[in-house]
Design a protein. Sequence first.
Length: 166
Amino acid sequence: MWLDPARFEGLSLGVEHVRPYLPRQHAGNANWQLPGTARAPIPFLRYGPNTYLRRMVDTILDRASQPAHLALQYESDMAESLKAMLLAGHGLAFLPASAVSRELARGEVVSAGGPEWSLDMEVRLYRDRANRRPELNRLWNHLATQAGHPDRPADPYKGVAPQGHA
């Protein structure tokens, strides 16, 4: 997606790692290891067709050196719904690492593939430069500082006359 930088300002909040996860009870099961087989496809929990994470997962699958054999079990637009189904043991799900960090630390889920089956996704926030609301500036400055960009101006419009005004 392209946004006109003259109109929109962007801020990088970090990087999210998207990778496949299995419920712990299937960690040692060879039938649940990527890429799976045509005879025994892996039960798959997938994002809905209009979600950004679906595009990320499709990119991972398209880039893989061998095709994944997956059998769709459930589809949702929300990562939390896929995580709930994953934790209930219904299939493999590609999730942002932050969505399963606690479950991974507790051993409830395991990573289901190496680097070939994952990607890093930059998380960005955008705002319309024409929006001069003080609340937005305070939030933007807070997020910029938290993201390690304290050099962002407190008021990016300071000294700049609004368009059409002298």
